[in-house]
Design a protein around this ligand. Structure first.
Ligand code: NAD
Length: 517
């Protein structure tokens, strides 16, 4: 029922005449107050700390004036929005609100108590919303007389800038409450998605493999963090690599979210936290805020360079095989650079031969396994790129038994096509293919389990985490069968439940459907 709900039912939005209350005048509460006031509501801001709400209103007014200076807001609109923001000291002042959003401390009991007090003050049809990132909306609402009037309204930081809002349905949230919040968030200029109250909701759950697989790869010494970051950026089109993002968020904060999702799912191995990250947190290496995390931000330290192969000579014999996107792009890039090569028929696996080295497209098998299965020691696996035509870098892994000259021939071929080449220790799924497959797997499980729709998970990850593509759209572009194959190979290689395939993907692969059908 929830997923069928219209997201842009403008009729259902709260009219501007409805007074909005915001409790908690910290980072998020201030941002939410600004959004609601700019959208035309009178906003009453309250904080338990004396003077905090008034200080927040003053800061917000100054911020609105700065937006006028930058030409992002009309002066009259800014003044009006500033006047609509009012600090209050007493909870009773919120009695006139039609919607109250709480953004107080992230603990269940204080949130429950606050909502219980508010419920006693407000009209029966008022909506109580929580901006919690990790607490069950069902649990927050459970102690109330009207739990059906409670839902999550989860903004992202900074709330005035980031477009995504997760509207979170508790077990008994009323459909009209959800509809009103979806429509109101849209009227406030946000893109709302509907999620069921489950650990991490959509974004904080589905993003876990982006960090988790990177941490695993670094922990297994497949590559250094700077190399994994460069592969995600250059080959995947992510704005930042996973270690850069963790350094920005704070390793302690990122670890706490991972722990909470892991505990929330009864320690599902998909979400197992990383020992390496835990050690860094224990050492106080928390990322940018402490000067060091995975990368070094101290005075004089430059950004770490990714591991990259030195220039190797062009192989004397190059054959590009088949018509996969990777092979076609490779042939085009070689031709553009005047490199001589021949074309050969594809076998669905190898994309090129270079002086006896066979280059395989990654399918979750390690190069060593490829070599063992094919009997060709000189096997090299090439990692995924979102667009092989324009990618500046490719990652490769030669089999353990691959002779050094042939590993160099494979790198020389790709360098001849203009790619920077990062050589990884041979690891199943390599970096990007493994990351994309695991993101799609988590997104698929969220859909399978009724947390959200396929469209919502893609929208949430594009807008909430800036991914270049939604994970399910990415799986469709790669082919669902291919993604399932990668996960099956990872599960076989590690023998761990972590890589089990979501039934949503398995069924679609069998039916020949994509994720959005
Ligand atoms: P914050 O510490 O910046 O602000 C919290 C404010 O609430 C403080 O000013 C505090 O004085 C006040 N407060 C605490 N208990 C109160 C109470 N009982 N009554 C009234 N005021 C009270 O925290 P924040 O980062 O703004 O987070 C607030 C909520 O938003 C949390 O639930 C958090 O999980 C969630 N959230 C945070 C982020 C983020 O990136 N910071 C993102 C999304 C959601």
């Amino acid at each position: 029922m929830h997923t069928a709900m219209q997201m842009r039912d403008v009729e259902a939005a709260l009219p501007q005449s409805v007074v909005v209350g915001v409790v908690g005048a910290g980072t998020m509460g201030s941002g939410i107050a600004q959004v609601a006031a700019t959208a035309g509501h009178t906003v009453l801001l309250l904080d338990a700390r004396p003077g905090a709400a008034a200080a927040a209103v003053a800061t917000l007014r100054a911020g609105l004036a700065r937006l006028v200076d930058k030409g992002r807001l009309d002066a009259a609109q800014a003044r009006a929005a500033g006047e609509r923001l009012q600090a209050v000291d007493d909870l009773e002042r919120l009695a006139c609100c039609g919607l109250v959003v709480e953004a107080i401390v992230e603990e269940l009991e204080p949130k429950r108590q606050l909502l219980r007090s508010l419920e006693a003050l407000l009209a029966d049809d008022a909506i109580l919303a929580s901006n919690t990132s990790s607490i069950s909306i069902t649990a927050i609402a459970a102690a109330l007389r009207r739990p059906q009037r409670v839902a999550g309204l989860h903004f992202f930081n900074p709330a005035p800038v980031l477009p995504l809002v997760e509207v979170v349905a508790g077990m008994v949230s009323a459909p009209e409450v959800l509809r009103t919040l979806l429509a109101t968030a849209a009227a406030w200029g946000k893109t709302p998605v509907l999620a069921a109250s489950t650990p991490g909701f959509i974004v904080n759950r589905v993003a876990r493999p982006f960090y988790g697989e990177a941490l695993r790869l670094a922990g297994e010494r497949a590559a250094a963090p700077a190399t994994i970051d460069a592969i995600c950026r250059d080959c995947g089109g992510f704005r930042m690599g996973p270690f850069e993002v963790m350094d920005l968020i704070g390793l302690d904060v990122n670890l706490a979210v991972t722990r909470s999702v892991w505990e929330g799912f009864f320690r599902d191995p998909r979400f197992t936290p990383s020992l390496m990250q835990q050690e860094l947190v224990a050492a106080g290496h928390l990322g940018r805020k402490s000067g060091r995390g995975f990368h070094d931000y101290r005075e004089g330290a430059g950004p770490a360079a990714p591991e990259q192969e030195p220039a190797h000579p062009l192989p004397s014999r190059i054959e590009v095989l088949g018509a996969s996107a990777a092979a076609v792009a490779l042939a085009e890039r070689l031709a553009e650079r005047g490199v001589a090569f021949s074309r050969g028929p594809g076998d669905g696996e190898r994309i090129a031969l270079a002086d006896g080295a066979a280059l395989y497209l990654g399918d979750g098998r390690s190069a060593t396994r490829r070599a063992a299965e094919s009997g060709v020691a000189a096997s090299v696996v090439v990692d995924l790129a979102r667009d092989y035509r324009s990618a500046p870098r490719l990652a490769i892994a030669p089999a353990l038994q691959c002779p050094p000259q042939q590993a160099q021939a494979a790198a020389g071929l790709l360098q001849g096509a203009g790619y920077a080449v990062s050589r990884l220790a041979d690891t199943p799924g390599l970096v990007l293919m493994r990351t994309v497959a695991m993101l799609a797997n988590e997104a698929a499980d969220a859909v399978q389990q009724g947390v959200c729709s396929a469209a919502a998970v893609d929208t949430a990850m594009r807008l909430g985490t800036n991914y270049p593509l939604g994970p399910l759209a990415w799986a469709d572009a790669l082919g669902v069968r291919q993604v399932v194959g990668v996960l099956d190979h990872l599960a076989a290689a590690y023998g761990e439940d972590r890589y089990r395939v979501s039934p949503f993907l398995r069924q679609r692969a069998l039916a020949g459907w994509n994720c959005h059908e």
